[in-house]
Design a protein around this ligand. Structure first.
Ligand SMILES: Nc1ncnc2c1ncn2[C@@H]1O[C@H](COP(=O)(O)OP(=O)(O)OP(=O)(O)O)[C@@H](O)[C@H]1O
Length: 323
């Protein structure tokens, strides 16, 4: 099973610009989590901080007992091998074939021989639906294929933690749905810890076990999907239900006068009631059930009594419908 990632009191600034402060959360081992947030709230900065590519000025990120913020580079280099990272644009080398791009980490980080490299690369390409495209150059394939190639490359070192930066950006809804299914299937197969950064509500509501949200320099919330999808916290409810009315405006934050005007005009969150919990994607037929589901549900049941009554009802209903 994948490793947990423990984030404690993390704060990051660039010069005088504070990006976020005092972020504390644990990505549970072997579960899929999503970090949401409007544009520019520092989601990518957060991902990079987890692997020690950016240095927050306060706090710790613990992976297998190693602090990714304060350890020497030599140590970080070792721990980074446990991560697979899917960058926003695939980050492929334009002059190398897909095969060579995907083989790259194996040639860099291992001394595996050519037949072994070939076996691994073809296996991962098959896994992401790219069998037969080994000889193509990145410029000859679609954006969706480049993303999947980026994912295959993230998988070749058998990572315990997979980080995906906006896997859906630039994809149409159908390709986004395929990629979402791919991530769930992957989790069912290898039980890795996965963190996806996105602002896609569809991905956030159907893929992860846990959802976090960055807004106004704070982690507003982080918790199991059932709890977030029934949350009445205004920012969370606005984002996850795609509402126009609420604290998030076109330029990220609405000013207080606009919020006040909306309130006076009678837009209240509770007007719309609590929607049923959107079902989570299940692994494709033939794959094992995801072990993460049971672990997460046990956590949710443990906190059920702390939640508002309508949320409790919606959660129990969703569990009854999908035992
Ligand atoms: N290396 C850097 N130096 C200075 N500022 C940076 C650096 N990297 C990011 N920033 C700033 O940090 C802020 C957050 O950027 P980030 O890319 O993490 O946002 P995001 O939430 O991922 O946005 P989006 O959803 O639009 O991709 C931005 O204002 C950005 O300009």
């Amino acid at each position: 099973m994948g490793l947990e990632v423990v984030v404690e009191g993390l704060s990051k600034s660039f010069g005088r610009q504070n990006i976020w402060r005092d972020v504390t959360l644990t990505l549970p081992a072997g579960e899929v989590s999503v970090m949401l947030g409007p544009s520019g709230t520092g989601k990518t900065v957060f991902l990079k901080s987890l692997i020690g590519l950016l240095k927050p000025e306060q706090g710790r990120v613990l992976v297998g007992g190693v602090d990714m913020v304060n350890s020497p580079e030599r140590r970080l280099h070792e721990v980074r091998k446990l991560f697979g990272i899917m960058f926003q644009d695939g980050a492929l080398f334009g002059s190398l074939s897909l095969f060579e791009n995907i083989a790259f980490p194996l040639r860099e980080h291992t001394d595996k021989k050519e037949p072994e490299i070939r076996r691994i690369v073809l296996e991962k390409m098959e896994m992401v639906g790219l069998a037969g495209a080994e000889g193509k150059l990145p410029g000859e394939i679609s954006g969706g294929m480049r993303k999947r190639a980026g994912l295959a490359r993230a998988l070749v070192l058998d990572p315990q933690i997979i980080l995906c930066d906006e896997p859906d950006s630039g994809l149409d809804p159908v390709r986004t749905a395929y990629l979402s299914q791919l991530l769930i299937d992957l989790n069912a197969q290898i039980d890795a810890t996965i963190l996806i950064v996105t602002h896609n509500i569809q991905v956030a509501s159907t893929v992860p076990d846990n959802i976090g949200m960055l807004f106004r320099r704070d982690l507003v919330t982080f918790g199991p999907r059932e709890v977030l999808l029934t949350s009445e916290e205004p920012v969370v409810a606005q984002f996850l239900r795609g509402r126009r009315h609420g604290p998030i405006g076109m330029s990220e934050e609405k000013d207080q006068s606009l919020l006040e005007a909306e309130r006076n005009a009678g837009y209240h969150d509770d007007d719309e009631g609590l929607p049923p919990i959107v079902p989570q994607l299940e692994p494709s037929p033939g794959l094992p059930p995801r072990q993460a589901v049971e672990r997460r549900r046990a956590r949710v049941m443990g906190m059920l009594h702390e939640l508002p009554y309508p949320a409790q009802q919606a959660i129990l209903q969703s569990i009854r419908e999908r035992p």
